[in-house]
Design a protein around this ligand. Structure first.
Ligand SMILES: [Mg+2]
Length: 122
């Protein structure tokens, strides 16, 4: 199976731990950022360093939507998979219109996350 370089951006350590485990079969590498600013700092040096970015919505310092907008302005081409507990349809529409590749609500299962990632990355 093809393996991918993935950046996980979430303020919850338990989400990182869970993603680490469930993405193990498809991840060549998994890097962690705990808020949007950390993600931007990681990506600043190499905007195309990852095949996929998994992005939370609610985070301290810089939230998901702000981070996504800033990364787009920087020229990000990498697909962004928004994984969040925000479940208002208007929130989902807002982010899909802004150009996220996929949007999924927490809680999630490993099977579904992997299936969605396969769809995004072909
Ligand atoms: Mg959060």
């Amino acid at each position: 199976m093809k393996k991918f370089k993935i950046l996980c951006v979430d303020d919850s350590r338990s989400v990182h731990a869970f993603l680490q485990e469930c993405l193990a079969p498809i991840s060549e590498s998994l890097e962690h950022a705990y808020n949007g600013q950390e993600a931007i700092d990681i990506l600043k040096t190499n905007l195309s360093a990852f095949d996929l970015i998994i992005l939370d919505w609610e985070m301290p310092i810089k939230d998901g939507p702000t981070t996504f907008t800033e990364l787009k302005v920087m020229g990000l081409k990498t697909p962004v998979f928004m994984l969040t507990s925000k479940n208002n349809p208007l929130d989902i529409i807002q982010m899909v219109e802004a150009g996220v590749a996929e949007y999924m609500m927490k809680p999630f299962t490993a099977d579904i996350v992997i299936e969605k990632i396969k769809q995004i990355l072909g």
